[in-house]
Design a protein around this ligand. Sequence first.
Ligand SMILES: Cc1cc2nc3c(=O)[nH]c(=O)nc-3n(C[C@H](O)[C@H](O)[C@H](O)COP(=O)(O)OP(=O)(O)OC[C@H]3O[C@@H](n4cnc5c(N)ncnc54)[C@H](O)[C@@H]3O)c2cc1C
Length: 453
Amino acid sequence: MARHVNAPVTRVVVIGTGIVGLNVGLRLLREGLQVDFVDPRPPGSGASYGNAGVIAVEAAVPTGMPSMLSGAPGFLLRQQGPIVVKPAYFLQALPWLVRFLSACRPHRVEQISTALHSMTRFALEEYERLFADLGLDDDIRRTGALMLYHTPASFQGAQAAIQLRRRRGANIEILGEKEVRDLEPASGPVHRGIYFPDYASLDSPQLLCRRLAERASTLGAIFHEAEVRSIVVAGGRPVSLHCSDGRELRLDGAAVIIAAGAHSKGLAADVGCDVALDTERGYHVEIANPNITLGRPVLVSDGAFFASMMQGRLRLAGTVEIAGLQREPDWRRADRMVDRARIAFPDLRATEWTRWMGFRPSMPNSLPVIGASPLVSHAYVACGHGHLGMTLGAVTATLIADAILGRDPMLDQNPFAPRKLRSFNPRIHDARAHRSTHSPKGNKPCNSSNTRP
Ligand SMILES: Cc1cc2nc3c(=O)[nH]c(=O)nc-3n(C[C@H](O)[C@H](O)[C@H](O)COP(=O)(O)OP(=O)(O)OC[C@H]3O[C@@H](n4cnc5c(N)ncnc54)[C@H](O)[C@@H]3O)c2cc1C
């Protein structure tokens, strides 16, 4: 049902070519719109490059759970732990952390879980629709996923999340050691496993992004290699993008969609949106010729990382480090995953590996921000997908397409709606006047090819 008040949008400019921006652009291309992408880096180079590739269908558990209220700040400051705040970043992170802890209250967790589930339940269906629409091979493997709990205490600690999933109707099976071993013979002694038969996985998240970008290109999308420093707004709508190389990209009536992952906060502010975004940095190591193989992604829960097979390589991906966009990676966190994997998979012989660090775009309440700016017309935000960006790419695209084309949304969008930035005046706003730079050092690739024997 169309509800256009202004002239319908026929052209959009998408900032960011991660999994979210690519999905949004492709969906709009299929709707007959003209699409331009702007990104200084090749498609799928940000967080969408190095993640664990899990499509967490029906996931309904936020990062912040009630048990964290009693454990904080102790466990957050334990530098060896799987979730850590770097002391030098603590003060900067404080507003985000306060909101994070507020979202850990039991009644909020229930609301957040319901909202997350309203999206994740459509994750696979929306990807299938996209692939069918585009005539693309379906890249998603129906593998399920397994979570390992090595001690009674860690399994006990997972009970609240298990109950939360059950309240959302999730399909989960609790397994004993023999059943775990039957499913994944490479796993060592374990107390319990939780099997998610409906989860799916990717053989290469980056390859999926590349294929989506190639298809967008054949459908007529234009890719601009540029970093957007600010969005210039005049007369209540965006008129141009100011780039870090001095270029001005005129929008000429096009709508703008901010899908710049962890770097979206300042750009969202340019169009009047208050997005409480920070980053939960995550790491991966990749072992080229592993002597073990896994049939599905396996979460090593006490290390907070997934072990997944990626085109024959073994990738260990996960952990959370709150340290902002500017600081150098702490590669010891990556190496610790290898130490932990050797215990979870006793036959694993790893002598060489590559390392990577990426920026999850994380909201303190684990809910992505998706929808139209409440203050600037023709401006949309699609960011903050945290741990679930690969899962939610296609659903996000449908929500943005519904918003742009004035259709009834497929689900209640209110929990994801961008909030107004107080004191923003859309008539007189010109981002160049108040922000000297958006360019984050963290937007550079963070790879380490140095391997540790
Ligand atoms: C270790 C790890 C494991 C993960 N595992 C999973 C998983 O198993 N399943 C899952 O669903 N999710 C997982 N995630 C989360 C997922 O990777 C992210 O949520 C998702 O990739 C975010 O996609 P995005 O498109 O929003 O951002 P990104 O992929 O980061 O893309 C943003 C793009 O915007 C560009 N950009 C930034 N600033 C500008 C600018 N100023 N101008 C123009 N372009 C700009 C960047 O260059 C980049 O290409 C994991 C993340 C990590 C780090």
